[in-house]
Write a protein that binds this ligand. Structure first.
Ligand SMILES: [Zn+2]
Length: 113
């Protein structure tokens, strides 16, 4: 499952961060997940519950920030919100757009106690 490998990847990142911080217990982890990323939230929640067992994140709280998709049109310079990566520009109907937000998948912050 794609989402489980994402969770494993997050655990690796957190492991490294905690080691760098000199150890400790993770109280909270905050993630940014863009709405244009390939993550299915239902599958992600399930993968999280399964994946963090017996890891450093077992008892950590999880906060997910969902980042809206936005894009810039290279034809008419409009900035707009997108729900799908292949949506055209709403101002000029052009397809020459650049996604500027919404593909995030990252650990935003960690609370280590
Ligand atoms: Zn445009």
């Amino acid at each position: 499952m794609h989402e489980l490998s994402i969770v494993m990847n997050i655990i690796d990142i957190v492991d490294r961060e905690v080691a760098q911080a000199g150890g400790g217990k993770v109280e909270d982890v905050e993630l940014d997940i863009g709405l244009l990323s390939t993550v299915q939230m239902e599958a992600f929640d399930f993968a999280w519950q399964q994946g963090v067992r017996n890891t450093i994140l077992q008892d950590a709280g999880l906060t997910v920030n969902h980042i809206d998709g936005s894009a810039h049109c290279n034809d008419c310079d409009a900035n707009f919100r997108v729900d799908e990566v292949f949506d055209p520009c709403p101002a000029c109907n052009g397809h020459f757009i650049r996604i500027t937000a919404g593909k995030e998948l990252r650990v935003r912050s960690l609370t280590i106690i």
